[in-house]
Design a binder for this molecule. Structure first.
Ligand code: GLY
Length: 371
């Protein structure tokens, strides 16, 4: 696929012909209009966020939403992946019951991927499903996790092990909030952004390398184009394969080893950082199998450095990561589902990657084990 011009309203078609808009703006100012357009007027809305995002944007979003909603409630999760649990969702259910929420009411997820996944899961399950709106505030959430209806929580350290597909009725992204992210948070989102280019859109992959300094400076027009092109790619995939039965699996490029590393590091490395390590390892396996050439592998690896992403890790044995892969949900009848690159911009799912190939790739990137 080829992403191109900036689209600031992207319509996503979902199963059953319903659709939702992804709206890209440089402020929250248009939020009341869009809340009205999805039918919030006269209904209860609970804005769900976390302890990091609440001091930054909750008051503004609450004020704007109260212009059109009958009753506004707020709920704040403790920030961090370690709080992405069923127990944390319990408190939100209680809040909704005590506030009298019914099937016509809405949740708003204001925050990064963890808030979006948890709020979406609560919306999918409360009263067997109520509507929800995504207002993503990290790069990763704006370009990936807020789109496509994957919701869920971690369970006993297994990432996203319990969840449901439940589509948002609106995604409203204010791209100017990306300017206040820490460098690590921004880089983590770039891990997913580079991944999108590598698996589906070689032109976008090259555009990102050509615009590295504008991206790193977080220039406004560049951010808008970066988010828009990523959303076009994500929309293309989720429209084609909403329930991950085929092409959506390609989005797991870098995730087989990335998720396992994330778990072994007890979530002390950010998701996109682990994905970046994972896709360098997958690119290495692709090179060793003759799918990529040596220069392409080294370009993929080294571009991570320019975007503030790691190309090595330490503190965990490569064998432990491979053992964790075997317990992950990316398995197909006992075989590990791995995503490889056929060439830049083209990926494929492969179930023949061996433990030995994974270990060799990981050992190349493991600072404790490299010879
Ligand atoms: N983040 C991968 C997916 O939505 O399928």
């Amino acid at each position: 696929m080829r992403s191109e011009k900036i689209e600031d309203v992207l319509v996503v078609k979902t199963e059953g012909n319903a659709s939702y808009d992804i709206v890209l703006r440089e402020s929250f100012d248009n939020l009341p209009d869009y809340l009205q357009s999805v039918g919030c007027e006269g209904h209860r809305v609970c804005v769900v966020t976390d302890s990091n995002v609440a001091p930054l944007y909750l008051a503004e979003v609450q004020k704007l939403a109260s212009a059109c909603c009958a009753q506004i409630e707020t709920y704040i999760f403790e920030a961090g992946e370690e709080h992405k649990t069923l127990d944390a969702i319990r408190g939100l259910y209680t809040k909704l019951i005590e506030s009298g929420f019914d099937r016509k009411d809405f949740l708003i997820a204001l925050g990064g991927g963890v808030v979006g996944d948890m709020t979406g899961f609560a919306a999918a399950t409360f009263l067997r499903g109520i509507r929800f709106i995504q207002i993503p505030t990290t790069l990763l959430a704006q370009i990936d996790s807020s789109i496509g209806g994957k919701t869920g929580v971690d369970f006993d350290q297994y990432k996203n092990m319990v969840g449901a597909f439940h589509q948002p009725c609106l995604v409203y992204s204010n791209v100017s909030v990306l300017k206040s992210l820490t460098d690590e948070q921004f880089a983590s989102g770039m891990g997913e952004s580079l991944k999108h280019g590598l698996i589906l859109d070689a032109g976008f992959y090259e555009w990102q390398i050509d615009h590295m300094s504008e991206i790193e400076e977080r220039d406004s027009a560049t951010l808008l184009e970066l988010v828009s092109r990523n959303c076009q790619i994500k929309r293309y995939i989720v429209e084609k394969d909403p329930k991950e039965k085929g092409d959506r699996m390609l989005l797991n490029f870098g995730h087989t080893l990335g998720h396992a590393l994330e778990k072994c590091k007890e979530f002390r490395m950010l998701h996109g950082e682990c994905v970046a390590i994972g896709f360098v390892a997958a690119a290495y396996i692709s090179w060793q199998r003759g799918l990529l050439d040596e220069d392409e592998f080294y370009e993929i690896r080294d571009m991570n450095v320019g975007f503030g992403l790691p190309i090595s890790f330490d503190g965990v044995a490569s064998q432990a990561i491979v053992d964790a892969v075997k317990k992950d949900k990316k398995m197909d009848a006992g075989k590990i589902r791995f995503v490889l690159l056929k060439k830049l911009g083209r990926a494929c799912v492969d179930t023949t990657v061996t433990e030995q190939e994974m270990l060799e790739a990981l050992r190349l990137l493991n600072a404790d084990e490299r010879e």
